[in-house]
Design a protein around this ligand. Sequence first.
Ligand code: SF4
Length: 358
Amino acid sequence: MGNINLKNFNYKELKNWVIEKGWKPFRADQIAKWIYTKKVNSYDEMTDVSKDIRKYLKENTEFSSLELVSYEKSNIDGSIKFLWKLKDGNTIESVFIPENGHNTLCISTQVGCAVGCKFCFTTKDGLIRNLTTAEIVDQYLQVQRFVGLEPKKRISNIVYMGMGEPLANYENVKKSVQIFTDKKLAGLSNRKITISSSGILHQIRKMYEDKEFPQVRLAVSLNAPDQKIREEIMPISQTNKLEDLMKLLNSLPVKPGYRIMLEYVLLKGINDRPSDAHKLARLIGKNKKRFKVNLIPFNPYPDSIYERPDEKDVLKFQKILWQYDIGAFIRWSKGQDISAACGQLRKKEINSFVKIHS
Ligand code: SF4
């Protein structure tokens, strides 16, 4: 087994690599079909690929970059949280979320995170490292194999909302999106992929200007109706001002039907008051059809400094936004009983995660 992992390659790179090896270009399509369509578990299953090529692949490339350590299934909503071990011993998590008529996978892009949002469990140990493209793509392939390949188990939606700030790992995230959306590879719909950012202005701008970054949906963690509150809970706002962020979001060339999601984690007594809802509505202003607000009642974790808001306050907040004709939805987070909800994923000590072993 070597250090090369074919899931680090987009289609063009895979083809070039195959040609470089002196093999016929169609071998790239064969290999891609086994990996992304049939989602096989080993090179031995690639039965129409010649024995010599399979032998070469086995000896010179790694098949998977992740090893499943354990998983937990929620008794409440059926979501499954996976803990993976990477080759260097670090661990990451992904969450499979079955919903009416579709299945979503929440994936991680970094081990830890440097952004430092005060309400987030992932950031407690800071950033350890970026994930490779293969480590991002393998979360999708491994989870799909785990839950099963039948049509009703198919992962249709991918959200980059797990551990890490996706746009801080720009090149690997970009390539993983190319792989997910390429018809010759994973072939998922662009509309069903969402990149969620904490609002790093220059990276969002870069993504929209980059012709090679497939256009997918954007979600931004807003979490506050004004600069003061945002700075308090998201230190990144000191350099990425809320006013500039809103200006940028209002100017992006967003495709029709691709509304920008504003994620708003509601923290009791901090940003969940009626006055905050009115301020948020004014911040969104006239361009309201461009946005959709996702209200996420905070999920406390051990030692968190914030509390979950009361249900009545969450409903009131939503109602106020509706009065301004703003699309606002409450995300009663999935997987709460297994700490798989937003902002709760974290690099784990392997032996502290023992609920169910595979
Ligand atoms: S909420 Fe996201 S961006 Fe903020 S610290 Fe957590 S993982 Fe990083």
